[in-house]
Design a protein around this ligand. Structure first.
Ligand SMILES: [Cu+2]
Length: 262
């Protein structure tokens, strides 16, 4: 009896916690993040409803069994019921998986019209590279990497196309435009994580991993590394700064003028 009542109270407390959560996700800033939120809510409601039904059934079984102490006939199962709930559960989870895969299945739309930015993750910082006024990303090589010398991306000083590239410690992107991030790692596996994008993308050494973004609203958000990458992992943070388009272009112009040329 007491066990049944405690279970009932715990189920009610669980429902209240989900109905009035003390903390929740920060606002999402892309269409994909909104779709992610929708999928999360659908999954939560379906699993929550199943959880509540299961708990209530257990409460009912406990309370009923206790009230007929000694007279329980026991149960030897019911093939039809078992086959029914296994099929319904499988169908539910498959439907959720198919609905959730739509966001991931969105194919790349190519480079046309996109603001391309190279991202370099390294122990324990981020470097972002933009093409210069020529619109060409210059040659880079590991041998030219020099963090203390201001060349964290390894720009080739002999390549004229690399001389006008700009590098920055924070990621600035234009609001309302398609952006393509090309993720690179200089050493170990890192992970590009922005809560408001609902995106965690691993960055694997030796691979160039594309990540497309389209953020309409200007704002500043934290970029964190979400893959334990060494002793300084917790300090591997940066900022995603979404600027109005004109302000973004002005910032690039200013940086081109300031950038030291080898
Ligand atoms: Cu890292």
């Amino acid at each position: 009896m007491l066990f049944g009542l405690i279970l009932l109270l715990l189920t009610l407390a669980g429902c209240l916690l989900f109905a009035f959560p003390p903390v929740w996700f920060p606002p999402s800033i892309t269409a994909e993040a909104l779709a992610w939120d929708g999928q999360f809510r659908r999954t939560l409601w379906i699993c929550g409803a199943i959880f509540v039904c299961a708990q209530l059934l257990i409460c009912w079984t406990v309370l009923r069994g206790r009230s007929r102490r000694g007279a329980g006939a026991g149960s030897h199962g019911h093939r039809g019921l078992e086959a029914g709930w296994i099929s319904v559960t499988a169908l539910l989870f498959l439907s959720l998986a198919v609905a959730g895969s739509r966001g991931w299945a969105r194919g790349s739309t190519g480079l046309a019209g996109k603001e391309v930015i190279d991202v370099y993750a390294h122990q324990f910082a981020w470097t972002f590279r933009y093409a210069g006024p020529d619109g060409i990303f210059g040659h880079t090589a590991t041998e030219f990497i020099n963090d203390s010398g201001g060349n964290p991306a390894g720009l080739d000083p002999a390549d004229p196309a690399a001389r006008d590239d700009i590098t920055a410690a924070n990621l600035r992107i234009p609001a309302g435009r398609d952006v393509l991030l090309r993720l690179h790692s200089r050493d170990v596996i890192h992970d590009f994580f922005v809560r408001e994008l609902r995106t965690k993308q691993d960055i694997v050494p030796g691979m160039e991993i594309p990540l497309e973004l389209h953020v309409d609203k200007p704002g500043t958000y934290e970029i964190a590394c979400a893959e334990l990458c060494g002793l300084g992992h917790s300090q591997m943070r940066s900022l995603l700064i979404v600027l109005p388009d004109a302000e973004y272009e002005r910032w690039k112009q200013e940086r081109w003028k300031q950038e030291p040329r080898q």
